[in-house]
Design a protein around this ligand. Structure first.
Ligand SMILES: NC(=O)c1ccc[n+]([C@@H]2O[C@H](COP(=O)([O-])OP(=O)(O)OC[C@H]3O[C@@H](n4cnc5c(N)ncnc54)[C@H](O)[C@@H]3O)[C@@H](O)[C@H]2O)c1
Length: 463
């Protein structure tokens, strides 16, 4: 992996690419009025949220907005209501604009990597939505492009900015929970029977479907292979594992300070929903790290367990995170007293000591309570992440949610989906970032891009 980010392990902040773009030289690029021109690719559910947020930043000019669905460009321009904002149907035209220093990518997932890579090559900094990639190697290419062109690339895994998450990280660092041997998380909801089936049809007027597909394989249009519902099709996304998993796994990676697992296994299928989606409605995945295991359970057609957020299970205490965090103690006792008593041990068996149990640690809690599924409750972490990106564009420092973080998290999600689709576990080398001993799995780390996008990719990065 390229190593131009100078990482300070204690703060995880670092100066980026000081050789080519310093904070001082960047100020010159911005010009006299010191404002940052931002262009948006994708004005969908979350693109519109980003535009709404950036409108509130008083050092930003919304210089351009691009969408392959023309009615959305029109809606965006009306919403932004600034005569200086330009609308685009083709991002390549917007990337040529000298008025734009930063690009926000909020398209379906299969476009994230290429749009980021081409923006870096065009000299723009990038805020790219999660999940960062649809296959493992895309993340390596994005890092390559960011380092080669000295760009600031932030990823939309904003929940790291939550006060509760930062405080929870300190709890883990302090060692208060003892040995944390497992992390468990879940995303449960009930959307039975699903979103229905949509027949093959012509794309709606104003949608450039070929451009929407971009690097993905050519397929006949159905409404679900388009706006919003793309996330339930393998060509464009990875289901809830990448959709919600990217958020919660990102927090675990940050809190536990890990690079990646050594073994990944996942099972599940689309058992209950009766629509035309492809990705699982039941998925269980386990990742093995040197000192702990991580498990994620996803259910799309039963919400009974609710969404417990994440649980960090240690020898002395457990911590749950649902925006805020709560620490509960384990009880310290004599292990022998945990053996069932029934009629008592016959002669020669273990001898009970009947020692009174005492708490190992004090309970504690902190942070702002939040909707654990969407993370939008008590704090506006998305705005914090956007602000962090803008500030890092000026300072050329490492954002809190940086491209390398996004790559590791997406890799964990993608490996789980690869395991599920292959029907076997995958061994992984987190240092070399390679599958071990499985050619079929290794081949799944790359997805071929459809022409002409394969050439566009190869024009910027070594694939
Ligand atoms: N960070 C978060 O909390 C969060 C929340 C929701 C969604 N997301 C992510 O945001 C992304 C978008 O999700 P959404 O729900 O907004 O999808 P959406 O379908 O509502 O919007 C995507 C938009 O991108 C446009 N588009 C597609 N290809 C394009 C291209 N080449 N150039 C320009 N426009 C293009 C589409 O026409 C559409 O308007 C997804 O990757 C999703 O995972 C992140």
């Amino acid at each position: 992996m390229p190593d131009k980010v100078k990482t300070n392990p204690s703060t995880r902040r670092a100066f980026l690419g000081t050789a080519a773009v310093t904070a001082a030289s960047y100020q010159r690029i911005l010009g006299a009025n010191d404002r940052i021109g931002v262009g948006f690719v994708g004005f969908g559910l979350i693109g519109k949220q980003h535009v709404a947020d950036f409108k509130k930043f008083n050092d930003v000019d919304i210089a351009g907005v691009c969408d392959v669905y023309k009615p959305r460009v029109d809606e965006a321009l009306a919403y932004i209501a600034n005569p200086n904002t330009k609308g685009y149907a083709d991002f390549r035209k917007m990337y040529e604009s000298k008025d734009i220093q930063g690009i926000v990518v909020a398209t379906p997932d299969h476009w994230h990597a290429l749009l980021t890579i081409l923006a870096c090559a065009a000299g723009k900094d990038v805020y790219v939505e999660k999940p960062m990639t649809v296959c493992v190697d895309e993340g390596k290419w994005m890092i390559q492009a960011a380092r080669k062109h000295n760009r600031i690339v932030s990823v939309g895994t904003q929940r790291r900015h939550g006060k509760g998450v930062a405080a929870a990280r300190k709890v883990v660092e302090s060692g208060a929970l003892g040995k944390i041997h497992s992390v468990r998380m879940a995303a449960f909801r009930n959307i039975y029977p699903g979103f229905g089936k949509t027949p093959v049809s012509d794309p709606p007027a104003g949608l450039d479907y070929d451009m929407w597909l971009g690097p993905a394989p050519k397929r006949p249009y159905t409404a679900h292979r388009g706006l919003y519902h793309f996330r339930w099709f393998w060509d464009y996304s990875g289901g809830q594992m990448t959709n919600l998993g990217a958020h919660i796994i990102d927090q675990v990676f940050w809190i536990m300070d890990v690079k990646g697992p050594t073994l990944v296994m996942s099972t599940g299928g689309r058992y209950a929903l009766e629509d035309d989606g492809e990705t699982p409605d039941v998925q269980d995945a386990s990742w093995v790290f040197p000192t702990f295991t991580m498990h994620c359970a996803i259910r799309e057609a039963n919400a009974s367990r609710g969404d417990p957020g994440q649980a960090y299970l240690g020898t002395k205490g457990s911590m749950t995170i649902t925006g805020s965090y709560q620490v509960a103690t384990e009880l310290k006792g004599d292990p022998v007293d945990d053996i069932p008593k029934f009629q008592g041990q016959p002669i020669g068996g273990p001898v009970y000591s009947n020692t009174a149990k005492k708490p190992w640690i004090e309970p504690s809690s902190g942070g702002v309570a939040s909707d654990s599924r969407y993370g939008t409750g008590g704090e506006d972490t998305m705005s914090m992440n956007e602000r962090d990106w803008l500030d890092c564009m000026r300072s050329r420092k490492r954002p809190l949610c940086e491209v390398e973080d996004g790559h590791r998290v997406s890799t964990a999600c993608n490996l789980a989906n690869m395991s599920l689709r292959l029907g076997r576990s995958i061994r992984w080398d987190p240092e070399k970032e390679q599958v071990i001993g499985d050619r079929e799995a290794a081949a799944m780390c790359v997805r071929p891009y459809r022409a002409p996008w394969d050439a566009a990719l190869r024009g910027v990065v070594k694939v």
